[in-house]
Design a protein around this ligand. Structure first.
Ligand code: B16
Ligand code: MG
Length: 218
């Protein structure tokens, strides 16, 4: 095991709830209702694809021009940026700093594989930028999660073989991306929802490098 590759929203910071609120604000303007259960389908999914899923959910696919769709996506991002404007180190999820400390002490490399175009901005607000050796730019990828591209690109940027990498995710699409990249998948959250993961921690507070290593060695 040579590297740990992290998802951001829902793993490093509690920003998943802000994505949900920002989408809800836009959906309401469009006369569409989304609830927490539907929101699970948006986790790890790009902004454009999330919008497409919301419109489909509301029976409004094909009603808008590309210019309007771009405006909707921008409006959601404006909502989101407003909601995260006060983000700071207090918003780092429990156990993450200790886990990053263990990873650094073990000499492992660290990468960010977030579908969010706001990833570098959020890491800097959290004061965590220096902890990451590399960040994948999701805008450069051919396919988003659950395709393996983002995790494979992270491994390539670190110059580490995928088989020597572990990925950490909170969403099913992300776990599927890690598995498709043939890396060890570590999930944080609900056991039933994240069942395809190699190991599931109930929360970030439980993340332990020794456990992750034993899963990788198994
Ligand atoms: P943005 P992750 C994902 O981040 C979020 O889970 C998803 O809800 C969001 O739509 C996506 O980033 C794109 O984010 O609009 O900021 O570019 O979980 O892959 O870190
Ligand atoms: Mg996530």
């Amino acid at each position: 095991m040579k590297a740990v590759i992290f998802d951001l929203d829902g793993v490093i910071a509690d920003t998943a709830r802000f994505h949900f609120v920002a989408w809800q604000q836009l959906a309401t303007e469009l006369g569409i209702t989304i609830d927490g259960q539907f929101n699970e389908q948006l986790k790890g999914i790009s902004r454009t694809e999330s919008l497409a899923r919301i419109l489909a959910h509301g029976g409004k696919t094909g009603l808008y021009s590309q210019v309007q769709l771009d405006q909707f996506a921008e409006r959601k991002n404006d909502n989101y940026l407003q909601l995260i404007s006060r983000l700071d180190a207090n918003d780092i999820l429990p156990g993450i700093v200790a886990f990053l400390d263990e990873i650094a002490a073990a000499g492992l490399s660290v990468a960010l594989a977030s579908a969010s175009r706001n990833g570098p901005f959020i890491l800097s607000k959290l004061g965590l930028s220096e902890r990451f050796d590399t960040i994948v730019d999701p805008a450069q990828l051919a396919a988003g999660k659950p395709a393996p591209d983002i995790y494979l690109t992270a491994a390539a940027q670190l110059n580490v073989a995928p088989s020597d990498c572990v990925g950490v995710e909170d969403a099913l699409a992300g776990v599927e991306a890690i598995n498709a990249a043939k890396m060890v998948s570590i999930a944080v959250g609900d056991e039933t929802e994240l069942a395809p993961a190699n190991h599931i921690f109930a929360s970030t507070a439980g993340l332990k490098l020794a456990t992750v290593k034993s899963v990788w060695e198994a």
